[in-house]
Design a protein around this ligand. Sequence first.
Ligand code: SF4
Length: 399
Amino acid sequence: MPQNAGIYVHIPFCASKCSYCDFYSLAGQNDLMPKYQQALLHHIAEFAPRLSDYTIDSVYFGGGTPSYYGADRIIELFEEMKKRYNVLVNSEVTVEVNPDSVNLANLKKMRRDGINRISIGVQSANDEILKFIGRRHNYAQAEKAVEMAQKADFKNISVDLIYGLPTQTREDWSDTLTKIFALHPQHISCYGLKIEENTPLYLYKNAPEIPDDDMQADMYLYAVEQLEKYGYKQYEISNFALPGYESKHNMKYWTIDEYAGFGASAASNLGNTRYTYVKHVEDYIEAVLGGGKIVAEFEEIEDYEKASEYLMLGLRTTHGISEAEYRKIYNSNFDKIEELLESYRKAGWARFKSGRWSFTPSGFLISNRLISEVIDLHISQKFNYDSPWNKRDYYETLI
Ligand code: SF4
């Protein structure tokens, strides 16, 4: 029976750089777009034999700014996939758009071609803040983008928001959420601002304009409460959806399902291998069209590492983790991990329901620390697992 897999296409072009962004994306290099498109089309066609045993149930065009790259190019890429791969008719097909580079005609065109999910980078409803962080749009444009997507018959619309932005108050954040609820998107992502080195915003790292950790925590918990009230169920640290609208594609990352990436710096997880393509656009074009080296990193994943990923990614979701799943991947003792999770439960950070462990909103707030403690414990057990008595083949002779 064919396996399901997702496809991710990275579009690393933007109209300009936002001051907080440390993703790999290029501004002002539109002249590279035609060659990049040619490389993507070639790569998609060339990769067909690798995906012949798979059915494709999700496609995601992310970036960068795919809407700036252009609806016609996105459609051309999707057409190539439909021609070469077994793309299921009810696949979830998402395109990320920014409010300043989207219009009704293009949305309608994409919808007609089978693209059925739009993810809009709104970030805030406060125009001053949007200007501060270098966004090219104001809130009125963001609101219009959501309305246009609805008019173009998109029934699955996601909105990205950021909290903890410079000068943002709790009232601002509350106002942003209220305005977004009024637009009735099916999915909302709320990310805490991270000030990364090598971004212009880093100058403000310890500035009074930046809400402190307590304020950020307060904003997060407030959002979780409000989203719940308006019917958006949390299914991952930063992601909330009306029932049935959880992102199928993003769930693949958190449940370690398979996906193939295309484009500069895109990652893939196929079979037991993970690999990432070269980071720079020119190198990717040269690799695909000129026969150069395309893979920058490659690793085969052993059970032990797969179990680390399972713990790390599973604990980001409200579906959480279970002993049975852990032992299925990596047949090691779960008792110590369970003891640790029990101590989190007593502290109000974790819950145990129907055989599964997951974090509460207060646990999600400090999940980096908690997850690394769980992983440390998993690592400390590697020695025991690797002893001859615990080898899986030995174990299997006993059952
Ligand atoms: S539009 Fe998105 S990818 Fe582009 S610079 Fe802004 S945050 Fe980064």
